[in-house]
Design a protein around this ligand. Structure first.
Ligand code: COA
Length: 169
């Protein structure tokens, strides 16, 4: 099966909303998706098969560019379980890693979503913490984290190490 993974275009918007309504009804808000297009155009990927949109996923990054977020992902029911979800994770991780100061990638996961959890764990995400009452009284969210080896900051540390070692001697 030939699945293409690439950045979305504005023309994909209405197919994306239709797919999101099918896979996770009442989760993706139309305005939310519009905002993702405006804020993170290079972090939204689609999966297509013979020109048909069969999945898409969104990521974002905070203002300090140290924390990336996996925001939404879905695959059409008749295409699930064939590795597309993982390819959409891979595309977002790769795009986020191009930010030189990125330290962690975070994702909110529903505890019952075993497909999501398995896919994220395959890339090294691990449960980090829960935020109690996040969605209202008694409704927590689980947050998973993937630490990012930051080559730029590693290089900075290596450069300053000799001086700090001298100081401590
Ligand atoms: C979550 C979702 C995007 C995963 O996409 P997918 O293409 O089916 O995932 P993959 O085929 O890449 O499989 C990922 C992992 O989940 C497992 N998996 C797939 N479907 C599964 C299912 N129904 N139950 C349990 N595990 C499942 C796969 O075996 C794989 O695990 P592995 O690495 O141990 O083999 C897709 O199931 C989906 O769209 N779900 C509805 C929307 C949703 O819940 N989105 C996430 C929250 S925003």
């Amino acid at each position: 099966m030939n699945i293409q993974i690439e950045l979305v275009q504005r023309e994909d918007y209405s197919d994306m909303i239709t797919l999101a309504d099918l896979t996770l009804p009442d989760r993706m808000n139309k305005h939310e998706l519009k905002k993702y297009f405006e804020l993170f155009p290079n972090l939204i990927f689609k999966a297509t098969h013979e020109g048909r949109l069969v999945g898409f996923s969104c990521a974002g990054i905070d203002m300090t560019q140290r924390s990336g977020w996996m925001l939404f992902s879905n695959v059409a029911p008749d295409f699930q379980g064939q590795g597309i979800g993982k390819r959409l994770i891979e595309a977002r991780l790769s795009a986020l890693r191009s930010f030189p100061h990125l330290q962690n990638i975070w994702v909110t996961v529903n505890d019952t979503n075993s497909a999501s959890i398995k896919a994220l764990q395959a890339f090294g995400f691990q449960w980090s913490h829960d935020e109690t009452d996040y969605y209202g009284p008694g409704k927590h969210r689980s947050i998973y984290r993937l630490p990012v080896l930051n080559l730029q900051e590693e290089a900075d540390i290596t450069r300053i190490k000799p001086q700090s070692m001298t100081e401590s001697m």
